[in-house]
Ligand binder design. Structure first.
Ligand code: COA
Length: 689
């Protein structure tokens, strides 16, 4: 039974029982309707109290059903029946009441929530709008402005805020007990929300919501549609507006955007240790982190937040001071944003040791090395860690590019080592690439996945290659961008084209933020092994030679006067033209569409090679990497999902056309050719064993 009901005194107790989070699929909707009928026929009931079993009140409509046709009873009809019931329903919520769960609360005559409850209408984050009265009942209860904010942003609110805005009537530790003890005389006479007049029209509030949604959720359809619907509550009769809401919800669920967002939602939840790992993870209680720079300090802080004690190791006393300052700055910033209380900070500081003495790491179960990107340095660090840590401790390197197998070869037991590639800022970014070397043990990998879960990160398994999954795709993206730059465009046009595609910023602005020297050092490292026939664009190297290292020095691809926002620097055009002249390139204009097409194709082709080589598997893992680590628009579903919407045949045809221009850079990947030949999508591609 996914919904149960019983009588206790003069109260009917209805409970949603669809673990783990009471998603409101067909069986729950039917169960609720049956419960309404039962309560109507049960003599002498003063109230029906609806609550949720387990950790949630209800997580909303079952998103797994959204690919098929809607099957009755539909949620709006079920909620209408609850609202119209002669026995008043009371919502007793805890955990989360999201989407349809929040709409169920709105259909009740009285709403109670436990203090930790999160209530919200997050449908836009799945590319749809509330589909069971939320856009009409909520503004009638809390006003147009607040409803616009909640529905267009999709952000849930806590119970106390919900009480303040009038969304819940009471906050109680035991909402069901509170509902049982409620004096029903005042509740009985309350009007139902659908009978109330709509809020007063407020064009300013609507325009403001549109502008905010345009900025924060650029390119997405659902937020603007949600705003249209909430605005309707002020001008249109409840039933008419409800019909529009339903129609919009049904139309949106089958859009590419909604499918893409569902794909990422479920891919994120499916990102777990693979089934073939046959070892128990080591339960990490204390970790050593080597290197207290920005990355190491961020990793240390992330571990501390998850309740893991940290010994942060540096090379000397100055390094210790710098590391302390770095971690202090992160904590200050978190404190200012209200994310770290003084008490919690004191606890974290007590669990942290910063030292240059490796003996302090003698009890660590795990070490994560985040030292300078040099093979020599890494080998020395691991030599010291091997001596200092227990023989069964797991070792990890946070290298971005270096060969994990070569690092492992320096260890007495190479099976202890894996790559744990964090993204800056490490305490915020959700992606964690777990790199499996040739010798890495299942125990080490299982420990990596378990750690990701504790840090609430999205883990993706990667094989060893230059740049692993994410940075390898990024390097190809930048190479394609530099080629466009040389051949005719400029950084700001190119950046704008990618912002239009859905990135928060284009590749040149992003490089200015991270610093041009890192990619430069990398290109230097690769110089010896680079294919001499491959076209090489030296503009980035010239930039570094001229000290244009990015925002940190006030000038890179853009200028940053006074350390502030970016401004276009016309000198770049001279610099690029000069380089093109040296290289005898005849420059031409590129349209925004051409720019996007080339950059996205370059990434897709590289990612397909990554699949073909078995570095990543399945394609959805590349979607997670690109969305959670590299700013690929979530609403396009990640790089490979987006590629499948373009279609493998169209991609191969495009690559063939570009191949005439540069047969090396645009050679179609074996994975794409295999998919085209077999008539399958990239998501179904498996490399030959
Ligand atoms: N539809 C279908 N399945 C859902 C779901 C939904 N609305 N919400 C959660 N689930 C599933 C998850 O896929 C996961 O399944 P799995 O165990 O097979 O991987 C399981 O419920 C637990 O969810 P998870 O996200 O891992 O748990 P959590 O405690 O971290 O978070 C929620 C719980 C409810 C906060 C989170 O799942 C969520 O935000 N859900 C979406 C809510 C929403 O957008 N509702 C509106 C739908 S239109």
């Amino acid at each position: 039974m996914t919904v149960t009901w019983r009588r206790e005194g003069d109260a009917g107790l209805v409970e949603l029982a669809n673990p783990p989070v009471n998603a409101m699929g067909l069986a729950v909707r039917q169960g609720l309707l049956d419960a309404v009928r039962w309560a109507e026929n049960e003599p002498g009931l003063s109230r029906v109290i609806v609550s949720g079993q387990g950790r949630a009140f209800a997580a909303g409509g079952d998103a797994r059903e959204f690919d098929g046709d809607p099957v009755p009873p539909h949620l709006p009809d079920v909620l209408d029946a609850i609202e119209a019931s002669t026995v008043p329903w009371i919502a007793a919520a805890h955990g989360v009441a999201l989407g349809g769960g929040a709409e169920l609360m709105l259909a009740c005559r009285y709403r109670i929530a436990a203090p930790e409850t999160k209530i919200g209408l997050p449908e836009v984050t799945l590319g749809v709008v509330p589909g069971a009265g939320g856009t009409q009942r909520l503004p009638r209860l809390v006003g147009l402005d607040t409803a616009l904010d909640m529905i267009a942003n999709g952000k849930p609110v806590g119970a106390l805020d919900a009480q303040e805005m009038g969304l819940v009537d009471a906050v109680a530790d035991d909402p069901v007990a509170h509902a049982m003890s409620l004096d029903m005389t005042s509740v009985q006479d309350r009007p139902i929300l659908s009978a109330l007049d709509g809020p007063a029209p407020d064009d300013d509030a609507v325009q403001k919501a549109r502008a905010t949604a345009h900025k924060r959720m650029r390119g997405q359809i659902a937020p603007q549609k949600a705003i249209d619907l909430v605005a309707l509550s002020a001008t249109t009769a409840f039933r008419d507006a409800l019909a529009r809401e339903r129609q919009t919800f049904i139309e949106l669920r089958s859009t590419e955007q909604a499918k893409a967002l569902r794909h990422i939602f479920f891919a994120e939840r499916a990102a777990k240790a693979p089934g073939w790992l046959d070892a128990e993870p080591l339960k990490v209680e204390r970790a050593a982190v080597v290197g207290g720079g920005t990355m190491g300090a961020g990793i240390a802080y992330a571990l501390l937040l998850a309740g893991i004690g940290v010994t942060l190791l540096e090379t000397d006393a100055d390094g210790v001071e710098r590391a302390k300052a770095n971690i202090g700055r992160i904590m200050d910033a978190s404190g200012r944003r209200g994310l770290l209380s003084d008490d919690k900070r004191a606890g974290i500081e007590a669990a942290l040791t910063v030292t240059d003495d490796y003996r302090a790491a003698a009890k660590a179960d795990l070490a994560i090395e985040a030292a300078f990107e040099s093979m020599e340095v890494k080998k020395t660090v691991f030599g010291a860690l091997e001596k200092a840590l227990p023989a069964d401790a797991v070792l990890a390197t946070n290298t971005s590019y270096l060969d994990v197998n070569e690092i492992a070869a320096g260890l007495a037991d190479p099976s202890r080592l894996m790559g744990l590639h964090f993204f800056a800022p490490a305490h915020i970014m959700k992606l964690l690439e777990i790199v499996q070397g040739d010798a890495t043990s299942h125990r080490a990998l299982a420990t990596g996945f378990d750690l990701a879960k504790r840090l609430r990160k999205v883990p993706v398994l990667s094989g060893v290659c230059d740049g692993f999954i994410g940075n390898r795709i990024l390097a190809r993206y930048r190479e394609a961008a530099d080629t466009l730059l040389m051949d005719g465009t400029n950084p700001w046009e190119l950046d704008e084209a990618m912002v239009e595609f859905g990135y928060a910023m284009g590749p040149y602005e992003a490089q200015d933020l991270s610093g041009l020297d890192i990619a430069h050092a990398n290109r230097q490292r690769q110089a010896a092994t680079r294919d001499p026939d491959r076209r090489y664009i030296p503009i980035g190297d010239r930039m570094v030679a001229e000290g244009r290292l990015g925002k940190k020095v006030g000038v890179g691809w853009y200028r940053y006067p006074g350390g502030g926002g970016k401004v276009v620097d016309p000198l770049i055009e001279d610099l690029v033209r000069e380089e093109a002249h040296f290289a005898k390139v005849e420059r031409r204009e590129f349209t925004d569409d051409e720019i996007r097409r080339r950059l996205v194709l370059a990434m897709i082709n590289e990612a397909a090679d990554i699949l073909a080589e078995g570095i990543a598997q399945p394609a959805a893992d590349i979607d997670l990497v690109t969305v959670f680590g590299y700013g690929f628009p979530r609403w396009r579903g990640g790089l490979m999902h987006y590629a499948d919407t373009l279609g493998v045949d169209a991609i191969v045809a495009d690559l063939r056309a570009l191949e005439a221009e540069d047969p090396i850079a645009w050679k179609p990947s074996a994975a794409l050719l295999a998919c085209a030949q077999q008539g399958i999508a990239l998501r179904d591609y498996r490399p030959n064993p």
